[in-house]
Design a protein around this ligand. Structure first.
Ligand code: ACO
Length: 408
């Protein structure tokens, strides 16, 4: 079997092989998940081919950008279209593709890669760890009065501002959604860019895919669009919000108020909220919103530990020695992480470690969405001195809960 790079000529065979592995059919941009496969990058993809020339496995990568704590934007290959034909599974095809892909990404200078995992048991062995989480909130609309927040008097937090909401059809939005999304993702740790090509091809779930949707667009007092909610209402009178994308909490509150005030609706479902989202605290009735479908979303794999650790912003000051095992790449390193004034230095050291961990666990804590102390308690990370886990918690923390709702 050979693992080979693809070219534009391989597009159809690549898509067919991927869809067969997922037991899916091609959809058009206006249907369900749209033509999610249409943005595959053939100059970053791999085909596994048998000795007699049959394609049996695929792995791709999208050229995305990830927002780190502190606001740095770094290239993040988004691993996608990983599939092996049902006839060729458990024979090491995926392992061979992962080995080649990680080597290629490193050679291209990437410091990390990311993916969404179809099954949670697949990717840890390759060094990926779950790093952001998301959940659904179902709100009984008739219990959903929003309390008047104390911050309203002082103008802080999510206090309402003058602004307006306009309802458009998806087809009327032009580049508006793309522009708002791009503003949002630059300040949200864990968020990914959405290349222009995706929007123009309709390559993704709604509202990237042009399936029929209503789009509530929020504008600030100057008329500048600063948020949108993409939604549909089904026959059961449930209004489902695909995503609420806003540049700040006040715009989110205004859009939440709008969808929760929608007549002829019994329930409002927000499909994606980060853990700890303030919406729940805004209801007069704390139990008006029911949380469910809590799941991992973005998985992170560090490829260059010192560069990755110095790229992100940090909170607090302190020093930790991390001993990191990378069994898949056969690497083992010790790094002294010195954090001061929001920045870190990271250099190899022979000092005794404070924490020992696997590279997949470092991926999990990297964006600040998983507490190192949780992984100590779970037996993933070993702490060698009292206080080391608590110091790691304080340093790795992000300015806001990392969240990714981009599906790829
Ligand atoms: C980013 C994304 O695209 S996620 C999408 C992943 N793809 C899918 O879910 C599509 C359907 N599934 C498939 O195509 C395949 O089953 C794949 C790609 C998940 C796995 O491919 P395979 O070629 O069978 O994997 P491979 O033989 O290299 O397995 C490597 C190891 O992982 C384990 N493994 C692989 N897949 C799974 C799984 N789904 N569940 C549990 N263990 C698994 C294997 O048992 C093996 O373990 P071992 O080394 O201890 O024996």
């Amino acid at each position: 079997m050979e693992i080979r790079s693809t070219t534009a000529q391989d597009f159809d065979v690549f898509v067919d092989t991927t869809l067969t592995a997922f037991a899916m059919e091609r959809e058009t941009p206006a249907e369900g998940d749209g033509a999610w496969w249409s943005a595959f990058e053939m100059d970053r993809s791999l085909l596994a081919v048998t000795d007699d020339g049959r394609p049996v496995g695929t792995a791709g990568a999208y050229s995305l950008e990830l927002t780190l704590p502190g606001g740095a934007l770094v290239p993040a290959p988004g691993v996608t279209a990983v599939g092996v034909l049902p006839t060729h599974r458990r024979q090491g095809v995926l392992s061979a593709m992962m080995r080649r892909q990680l080597a290629d990404l490193r050679e291209e200078g990437d410091i990390l890669s990311v993916l969404l995992s179809s099954e949670a048991v697949i990717y840890r062995r390759f060094g990926y760890g779950p790093a952001t989480y998301t959940q659904r909130m179902t709100v009984d609309r008739h219990r959903a009065a929003l309390a008047r927040p104390r911050a309203e008097e002082t103008g802080g937090g999510a206090a309402p501002r003058a602004g307006s909401v306009e309802v458009l059809r998806r087809a009327e939005c032009g580049d508006l959604l793309e522009e708002i999304y791009d503003r949002y993702r630059r300040t949200q740790p864990g968020a990914l860019s959405r290349p222009h090509r995706w929007w123009s091809l309709g390559a993704g779930q709604p509202p990237i895919a042009r399936a029929p949707r209503y789009i509530a667009v929020h504008r600030d007092a100057d008329g500048v669009a600063d948020g949108y909610a993409s939604y549909s209402v089904d026959k059961d009178r449930t209004l489902t919000v695909d995503e609420t994308i806003t540049v700040d909490d006040a715009a989110f509150t205004a859009l939440a108020r709008f969808v929760l005030g929608h007549d002829l609706v019994e329930k409002v479902v927000f499909k994606h909220l980060p853990p700890g989202h303030p919406l729940r605290w805004q209801f007069t009735d704390y139990r008006a919103g029911e949380l469910g479908d809590s799941t991992d979303w973005l998985w992170v794999r560090l490829l260059d530990i010192p560069r990755a650790l110095t790229a992100r912003g940090w909170s607090g000051d302190g020093e930790l020695v991390l001993e990191v095992d990378d069994p898949w790449l056969g690497e083992h390193g010790r790094y002294r992480l010195t954090v001061q004034g929001g920045k870190a230095d990271c250099a190899p050291t022979s000092q005794a470690p404070d924490l020992s961990l696997d590279v997949s666990d470092l991926g999990s804590v990297y964006l600040g969405g998983t507490l190192p102390s949780t992984l100590v308690r779970a037996g993933h990370i070993t702490s060698h001195r009292p206080g080391a886990a608590e110091l790691a918690d304080a340093l790795f923390r992000a300015e806001r809960t990392p969240h990714c709702l981009h599906w790829f």
